[in-house]
Design a binder for this molecule. Structure first.
Ligand code: BES
Ligand code: MN
Ligand code: ZN
Length: 498
């Protein structure tokens, strides 16, 4: 998708399609007023006929609007002007995207970006519109022998701003949206690929591909021999029941000053989670192919970061394994030794995410990082606690939690804080090892995070539990690419300003 920004009068825009908004009770937005004026009141006379009231979700394509160079004018219902907040704006954009994709035009000039959105500005509107339309154009057709959906026609998008002064900010916002859109699409592709194709070794080749595409990225792949040599017993214990070998990938993006400590992102890359010997029930088990979406978000964020050439040092670590039951698989009661030296009693082999993540956390210490953020589809309990809208956000450093929550609000890829109090730690007590890998059912997302905290004592660390947000279920089943927008926003906010 090619983006451009314009600040001209919408009525003077040529091209295939002009998009403007109308509020409830047929109130014209500023851009629609300009269309109306140029058409000598034609638009308001059309509205009076009542085909479109302006309710959110409505859309109409109009041809031959007088006084216009654009072939079509698309009118989008925006609801009540005073209710136009960030959430509603995103709905309006997705409705617009659907309409533009349906009519299969190649180019559109969208002026919804000049709408007044509560607590947001035009620059934000541009970023969200570009990101939203890119996301709506996403298709996953790699595994269809014949696709009945042709690729999207829309390839050119011009976004309007009301003042020339906003042009350069809006251009920057569009560039950010493009990079984030590419990162989100990569994360969705990897997430949607089935477990028989997207294996730990496949993720390793993906890490190598990133290093080939961007010269600022260097990739190292640790195989099982290297991991054994290292002593990553927790990570290795998870892959023991699988024919697919375990891998750890380290992707170093270096584009900051030498002395700048890196930001480390660690992704859970369970390419399929059967639960292992503590096997899961059959219902919806197919969705456990998405158990590598944390890893996918690390790939996507590094891609966005490299596209934007952010002047930072960022290290992506992916801990990849397949969790299967077989004769060699780890059993309940087995005791393993983690890379940190701490011993773990594996009471439930389905709590495998924390086992791969803990060794990656210990490994991250060698980079002397400024910050470590891990991203994992860690617990069903997080979905019970928060539902499907926010990521669960945990941190041992309040400032870091706030920065992540703020980046989530800015990008509208939101997180919500959960406590990491030591009060929860005793749930992990074990009679046989240093501690167990599960607590009880209560507060399951928190006890999982508390387990990880035991490996992050030397780090400024945060943990995102994305179990509820990484994919959609039902008819829309598929990876969301979250939290690539949040993470990329966080990195953008960390770029030095001098
Ligand atoms: N990958 C799952 C978490 C999950 C489950 C994410 C469902 C999204 C949807 C994780 O490995 C897991 O199985 N967690 C267990 C932990 C339990 C055994 C303490 C869970 O949440 O049930
Ligand atoms: Mn599991
Ligand atoms: Zn899992």
């Amino acid at each position: 998708m090619e983006f451009s920004i314009t600040s001209g009068n919408p009525a003077k825009q040529g091209g295939l399609c002009l998009v403007v908004g109308v509020f409830e009770d047929q109130q014209l937005s500023a851009a629609a007023q300009q269309v109306d004026k140029a058409s000598d009141g034609w638009l308001s006379r059309w509205l009076e006929r009542g085909d479109l009231s302006g309710k959110s979700g409505q859309a109409q394509v109009l041809y031959d609007v007088p006084g216009h160079r654009s072939e079509r004018v698309v009118v989008i219902g925006c609801g009540k002007a005073e209710e136009l907040d960030a959430r509603r704006y995103r709905q309006i954009i997705s409705n617009t995207a659907r309409t533009l994709l349906d009519i299969r035009i190649e180019q559109a000039t969208v002026y919804l970006t000049t709408l007044a959105v509560k607590d947001r500005d035009e620059i934000w509107n541009v970023r969200q519109a570009a990101e939203g339309i890119m996301a709506a154009s996403y298709q996953f057709v790699q595994c269809k022998s014949q696709s009945d959906t042709p690729p999207p026609a829309l390839t050119g998008l011009t976004l309007g701003v009301s003042r020339r002064k906003a042009l350069s900010g809006a251009e920057q916002a569009a560039a950010q949206a493009r990079a984030i859109g590419l990162g989100v699409a990569l994360a969705r592709d990897l997430g949607n690929l089935p477990g028989n194709l997207c294996t730990p070794r496949y993720l390793a080749t993906e890490a190598e591909t990133l290093a080939k595409q961007y010269d600022k990225i260097k990739t190292t792949v640790l195989d099982e021999d290297a991991l054994t040599e290292l002593g990553a017993g927790a990570l290795l214990s998870v892959g023991r029941g699988s024919r697919e070998p375990t891998r750890m990938m380290v992707m170093e993006y270096r584009n900051g000053s030498k002395k700048q400590a890196p930001i480390v992102l660690i992704g859970k890359g369970i390419t399929f989670d059967t639960g292992g010997i503590s096997i899961k029930p059959a219902a919806a088990m197919d969705e456990m192919k998405f158990d590598m979406c944390g890893a996918a978000s690390v790939f996507g964020t590094l891609k966005a970061c490299a596209e934007l050439k952010l002047p930072l040092n960022v290290v992506g670590i992916v801990a990849a394994a397949e969790n299967m039951p077989d004769g060699l698989a780890t059993k309940p009661g087995d005791i393993i030794t983690s890379l940190s030296g701490q011993t773990i009693e594996v009471l439930n082999t389905d709590a495998e995410g924390r086992l791969v993540m803990c060794d990656a956390l210990t490994y991250s210490e060698r980079f002397e990082p400024a910050v470590v953020i891990d991203i994992a589809t860690l617990t069903g309990a997080c979905i019970i606690a928060l539902g499907n809208h926010p990521h669960g956000v945990f941190s041992n450093t309040d400032d870091l939690a706030k920065e992540l929550l703020d980046a989530g609000k800015q990008s509208f890829d939101r997180g919500w804080p959960l406590p990491l109090w030591d009060d929860y730690q005793e749930a992990l007590d074990s009679n046989f090892a240093d501690f167990a890998n599960v607590g009880g059912r209560e507060g399951g997302a928190i006890t999982a995070a508390c387990f990880l905290a035991r490996f992050a004592k030397k780090l400024r660390w945060a943990h995102l539990d994305i179990a509820g947000t990484a994919w959609l279920t039902g008819k829309q089943k598929g990876a969301t690419g979250r939290p690539v927008p949040l993470l990329t926003q966080y990195l953008i906010n960390q770029t030095p300003t001098d």
